[in-house]
Design a protein around this ligand. Structure first.
Ligand code: 5RP
Length: 231
């Protein structure tokens, strides 16, 4: 097995385990990405096998398409402004349960759904757990303001790079019609302070820093053949 296959297997195991937390009658936020997708598939199987009633609130067009394909009844956040549980992946998690998301450019809707949820299950493989957050923070920006936001990021000590598609022939466009700036700050000393600063930049819609949800968050870390709960 290649290391990529092994990593996917770890994601599959932890995604399936998270789907086991879904109960009959729940409204569940459905995250975006390869790990969350394994949870979506398993929730669909459980709906059929156990005849449980579950409503899914997707965080992206990608997760909506996958949820429908899995046989999950899909609804809007406007229909269910309070959710029982959200299952989502992440790009980096620190020891204080601060999280960086947005590798899939879906973090604006992911943050809305996380905010509306009573519980959040973050599903990651072990490579994403770190003492201190240090990867670039994705910031969704209104295209009109992208240059100005990048200058603000510079004044905050960061370096902003416009995210482009795989072919490097144009910017990634989010489900909300916006651009993504990946903003490198090195090791982030004060994640909550940085999130607050990013929130005040005109034209910056949402940052991928999630620092306010530690109390309602459980982090499930996939490992060889199983998973552990981050404590
Ligand atoms: C999308 C995200 C994803 O949850 C994050 O990028 C992790 O993805 P994967 O499970 O594929 O590694 O934040 O915006």
């Amino acid at each position: 097995m290649t290391s990529k296959q092994a990593n996917l297997e770890v994601k599959r195991i932890v995604g399936i385990a998270a789907a086991g937390e879904v109960e009959d009658g729940m409204v569940v936020g459905l995250g975006t990405g390869s790990t969350a997708n394994y949870a979506i598939i398993r929730i669909g199987e459980r709906i059929r096998e156990e005849e449980i009633a579950v409503v899914g609130v997707p965080t992206s067009y990608q997760s909506a398409i996958r949820a429908r394909a899995a046989g999950i009844r899909v609804a809007d956040l406007a229909d269910y402004p309070e959710l029982d549980l959200t299952i989502d992946g992440a790009d980096q998690v620190d020891a204080a349960f601060n999280v960086i998301k947005g590798g899939g450019a879906a973090h604006t809707r992911e943050k809305c759904v996380a905010d509306a949820s009573t519980r959040i299950l973050i599903v990651v493989d072990g490579t994403k757990v770190t003492d201190r957050l240090h990867m670039p923070v994705p910031v969704e920006v209104v295209p009109y303001a992208a240059t100005g936001v990048a200058r603000h990021i510079g004044r905050l000590g960061g370096e902003a790079v416009l995210r482009e598609g795989i072919k490097k022939d144009g910017p990634v466009i989010t489900d909300n019609g916006n651009f993504i700036l990946d903003c490198a700050f090195g090791t982030i000393e004060d994640p909550a302070g940085l999130e607050t600063s990013l929130n005040t930049i005109p034209g910056a819609l949402t940052s991928g820093l999630f620092t306010e949800y530690a109390e309602k968050m459980t982090v499930m870390v996939g490992e060889d053949g199983g998973y552990r709960i981050l404590t």
